[in-house]
Ligand binder design. Sequence first.
Ligand code: UD1
Ligand code: PEP
Length: 428
Amino acid sequence: MGHEVRYRVRGGRQLHGTVFIQGAKNAVLPMIGASLMASRGRTVLRNVPIIEDVRRAVELARAIGAKAELHETERTLVIDASSLSTPVLPADIASRFRGSFLFVPALLHRLGEAVIEGVGGCNLGSRNLDFHYNGFKRMGATVTEHVADNGDGIIHIKAGDLRGGTLYCDTPSHTGTENLIMAAALAQGTTLIKNAALEPEVLDNIAILQAMGARISGGGTGFITVEGVDELTAVEHTVMPDRIDTGVFVMAAAITGGDLNLVGATLEHLGVAADKLEQMGVEFHQQGAVLQVRRERTLRPINVITDEYPGFATDLQSPIMALSCLAEGPSYIYERIFDGRFKLAHELGRMGADIEVDGNRAKVNGPRVLRGAEVEAHDLRCGSALVLAGLAAEGETTITSAYYLDRGHAHTAERLSQLGADIVREAA
Ligand SMILES: CC(=O)N[C@H]1[C@@H](OP(=O)(O)OP(=O)(O)OC[C@H]2O[C@@H](n3ccc(=O)[nH]c3=O)[C@H](O)[C@@H]2O)O[C@H](CO)[C@@H](O)[C@@H]1O
Ligand SMILES: C=C(OP(=O)(O)O)C(=O)O
């Protein structure tokens, strides 16, 4: 994991001011995968979030032979994938982020095979990849697994010539849909993907692929048709704003009783989460590309059921659990997407929260006074939720294992400090 990262937050300050919402982690990662499919030219991605997952993706792109330059100040990534040298996604990089699996379609098309030594991402319980494998197989690939000397499983996918076909996701998987679209984009013939994901990031990825020359229709309908083409060309594309980063800053305003201008944020991308936050007492006003948000009234309790877009995003479930600790009455949370996302409840308990967990349901008994404590970020969104709790707590909160937070949020301490928060990042 590299060095230990901690955040120290001293709570009790209302946040005011203007903050820039970063580009979307879950859009830029498939776009890096897509850029590897262009055998000529240089892809230029703008509004790239400067987060650890992007740094890992750049390392991984280089490890398979692409030239990748991340210009952090300009938030621009330039990728030249004209020569790829190996189909092996090495474990030491690939096992640190989920998006590594989005490199597979490019390897299948460009090198005829992909060797996956490990897939990472947040540990949220079972995170299967069967929809991806079954789709690749229906297109003519073979998938085999063997065990390396160190005991790790290695997956070997051999493509042959990928052919279009009828594919499906049992449930609308986000990266599953993206991987099947990318596999179909350069396959022979026509592919139909049923029960495709509707997330805005999937649509942004379709947009860059279309600009590259892919023939894709039906994005946002659940049925996606892809007519395979012979070649994709490198293009320039601006990554959409991150709706989860947006949601976290909305909740930073809400949990401190502050008011913020979120530059680049799109309220519509929050789906049902916007309505739930309004029910809690948050006021929104979208003015062009700026989303104004404030919370003056007492926080009301809430009932949340996570679901695929436009339902309540699972990645905002942990942050709203932190917020609901302060609501005037019991809140109910039903986590439907991941079966291991409630470790946060225990950490919030150390800060004085009263949360009853029963399987994938939680009851948050609010309001409780939160007090600073040493707590652990078990995953990315657990980390952002603990920062929110720290902003509202009495005294100092220390968040350990905060590499997870840095996986998905850029310049967290700097952006919150500019709004009046007392927060520092320490890396030892
Ligand atoms: C890099 C990226 O974009 N990550 C996001 C993506 O993860 P990711 O794409 O991994 O999430 P999925 O949408 O695939 O997973 C949703 C559910 O489907 C199950 N499933 C998925 C694929 C599969 O082949 N078999 C299977 O059973 C998973 O175990 C999970 O229970 O969507 C999640 C759900 O919105 C978000 O929390 C992640 O931030
Ligand atoms: C679960 C998440 O990401 P990943 O799929 O990259 O692990 C997340 O962003 O909260």
